[in-house]
Ligand binder design. Sequence first.
Ligand SMILES: O=C(O)CCC(=O)C(=O)O
Length: 261
Amino acid sequence: MCNTAGRCRTPEVLLGLPATSHDDGYTVTRGAFTAAEVDELRTALEAATARAAGLASGAPSTLTDGGHVIQTVPGDPPTSVHWEPGVEPPVVRNLRPVAHLDPRLAARWDDPRLTGPAAGLLGVRAVAPLTSKSSLKRARVGSDYLWHTDHTFLARFLDDTAAARVVTAMVLLDDADADNGALTLVPGSHRGTGRADGEPPRPGDAAPVLLAAPAGTVVCFPSRMLHRSGANRSARDRRALLYLYQPAGRPPLDETRPLPR
Ligand SMILES: O=C(O)CCC(=O)C(=O)O
């Protein structure tokens, strides 16, 4: 089937199934979103980022171990604004949650091109939103993400099992490659447990895979999958939206209190 711009999608994508599937625990769907759809998401994300950054003046802030400043701006729910470390004038690194800040972003929660691969990886019929993030990786100043699994962050709020039953659907809003900080995953690493933030791949892990891919690609991977991405040394932004899904019937992260440590 083709749209009015003449762009065609495979029947698999229309059915919400990943066009490319890997036994390694993740899926990559190139061409999932059309150029016009990517443009709309970029515009919406830039509007949301400008709004959140505008609200940050005077908002409470915390300093991470790595020297990053994170502010919490009011909203329903509030959004964490994470700034690039040591960059003047200040540049936003990411927002969480982000989708509720613009209806064009929120509308994608139900998109079968995201829910299909997420449900497939989780092995369930229906999924529910957990939380959403942006990753802006601006040209020349976008900083790296150390080796980590999303499970570590989620386990602050969810029990171990629930934190493991989460999948991220990442929508690339710009072409991504090694120069502008494309995502690197370690295939199969989601089968292991207990990886500390910053811990590199272990002997016996599969070789890391750099996902160089065009804007409009959707990458889906589970919360226990080890991943990182490099700094953006290029003159091109490397923006992405990340929608985190869980099995249907569970509350969103922002309705969940942090667990006692
Ligand atoms: O944007 C990226 O390259 C990585 C983002 C990420 O790993 C995260 O938000 O946990």
